[in-house]
Write a protein that binds this ligand. Sequence first.
Ligand code: 0O2
Length: 217
Amino acid sequence: MELDKNLIKFDKDLFKDKNIKAKDENFDKLMFIYSSGIKELEVKINNMKEQFKYFYNYNLISNVTSRIKKPNSIIKKMKKKNYELTYQEMIEKINDVAGIRIVCPLKQDIFIVKEMVKSFPNCEIIKEKDYITKPKKSGYSSYHLIVEVPVNIGQNIFPVKVEIQICTMAMDFWSNLEHEVKYKPTKKLSNKVSKELVTCAQLVNKLDDKMMKIYNT
Ligand code: 0O2
């Protein structure tokens, strides 16, 4: 079958120590496979969201967004981590080429969502990072699950890694703004601003705890 011949060639090309070229055909094909992985998971996540509405009359999830990492961000990250710029290194070591963010109303919802994701069929948990209980030095808070899902292309199965970030609306607000400020191309982040961002993250954490207390009374 012509499709399978093409896939075998694609597979061989990727693993022949080929260097990443953001503009070549293989790169686009690979990104298509990553986006298929995202789609598979989005169906399951949106189903979980609807289930909670129908069965428990509860909005467990506020919204779900996804993205494929931009080629220059992939290459920048690989250089920063001193990885060889090959497809093989990218597939094996960059866990967040495909990313999904699940935003929940309350902090307690995060732990329900992560347990439900962990019970998804055909979804292997590769890594788990709890930046909720222990936020990062920057103040960043979120629960990360690196999962692997099978994607069928023709008769072949490609295991695809996806990073799922689970956070509250307040954490999402902080992280989007901090990301914007941090990656402003014009200036480097000063110590004063970094400290202010940590203070804001602590306020966000307190706000999340207060909202949860109010909801639970
Ligand atoms: P971008 O531009 O958002 O894509 P790993 O190999 O998985 O162990 P990694 O990927 O460095 O190592 O793990 P980490 O630290 O958990 O970060 C993964 C992603 O979480 C980041 O991807 C960000 O999206 C988010 N993140 C982590 N720390 C911060 C932070 O301090 N602030 C914000 N706003 N987001 C953060 P990238 O590729 O670093 O960035």
